[in-house]
Design a protein around this ligand. Structure first.
Ligand SMILES: [Zn+2]
Length: 321
């Protein structure tokens, strides 16, 4: 494990005492606030090679899709909505161009844009994780660590980092790269867990979206806006209501807090574990009972501007480095 540090590059970027602590797989992790930019940083920080090994088949689900089928169908609906929502901000009636989805997963978001007439590019960490996207005809998928010279300047009209930024060892460098790869006025779509959300504050170390050791940097609306501004972006909107991520965040955090194996229901939904144990059946039953209150909490935290995850649309400013 490495000594943790913040990549914001601001003077005084030292880490304060832990905000949250949690154990996983025999390691004790802490999230410590950067005194300069206020984001949370995972401590200890896993070494890059250890992190790569952790993104195995189990992380992405073992089957042809990440999640079991009914969940996968629902996620498809969210992706179509995400595409429509973002494109409202692009000028012109044609609204077709070039899109890049960093950490594109199964490529389904790009597939939606492709069907709308867009030229679509995606990136994934390894050949294994890229296999689903690579199987979609017409998508251009790059694998391996993302380097600053991966794409030409001014190449894209839309870049998406959907629940990806928090996984990156240097999210600030990637944001600067995105600003360069985007044409002037191009859109950046970012979704991240919200460390200032009610569910994060309520469940603390049991919060599902802490996801150690995968989530390295924990943003909140303020710290994300700061990082985007420093990289050359103007914030257009921040949304706090995500039906895809927020109610499940409450449910899984509740089960974690009750002492069940951390994130076990999530593993069942990915098809990595079956429901065939009394403990998991109990969790499914508890989750069903807790669904109405978790929906209520999702609505309340969104109304208060404290959603469990946030979705941001930003626009590249005129001149970037
Ligand atoms: Zn910082």
């Amino acid at each position: 494990m490495n000594t943790a540090s913040c990549t914001c590059g601001e003077p005084g970027a030292v880490l304060g005492p832990p905000l949250v602590s949690m154990g996983r797989n025999g390691t004790r992790f802490h999230v410590r606030p950067c005194q300069a930019c206020a984001r949370g940083v995972l401590d200890p920080m896993p070494p890059p090679e250890g992190l790569l090994a952790a993104y195995d088949d189990a992380y992405y689900g073992r089957g042809a899709r990440k999640f079991v089928q009914p969940i996968q169908a629902g996620i498809g609906w969210f992706r179509r909505r995400r595409a429509r929502h973002a494109l409202r901000f692009l000028p012109g009636t044609e609204r077709r161009g070039r899109a890049l989805d960093i950490g594109c997963g199964d490529g389904e978001f790009l597939s939606v844009l492709q069907q709308m007439g867009w030229e679509c590019h995606g990136t994934e960490l390894t050949e294994v994780t890229a296999r689903r996207a690579a199987a979609i005809p017409g998508l251009s998928i790059r694998t391996g660590p993302l380097t600053p010279d991966a794409y030409d300047a001014n190449r894209f009209d839309v870049i998406s980092l959907w629940h990806v930024l928090e996984h990156l060892p240097d999210p600030d460098r990637t944001l600067r790269d995105c600003a360069r790869w985007l044409a002037e006025g191009g859109l950046l779509l970012v979704a991240v867990p919200n460390l200032d959300s009610w569910q994060a504050r309520t469940f603390r170390g049991a919060w599902f979206h802490l996801d150690p050791p995968f989530h390295l940097h924990h943003f909140a609306p303020g710290s994300l806006a700061r990082a985007l501004g420093a990289a050359g972006f103007e914030l257009l909107e921040t949304r706090h209501l995500s039906w895809q991520y927020n109610p499940f965040g409450v449910l899984q955090s509740l089960l974690n807090a009750l002492g069940f194996t951390r994130d076990e229901l999530y593993e069942v939904l990915k098809g990595n574990r079956t429901l065939g144990s009394p403990g998991r059946i109990a969790q499914a039953a508890l989750a069903a009972l807790a669904l109405p209150p978790s929906i209520a909490m999702t609505l309340a935290e969104a109304a208060a501007g404290r959603g469990g995850t946030i979705e941001v649309t930003a626009r590249r400013r005129g001149s970037v480095g």
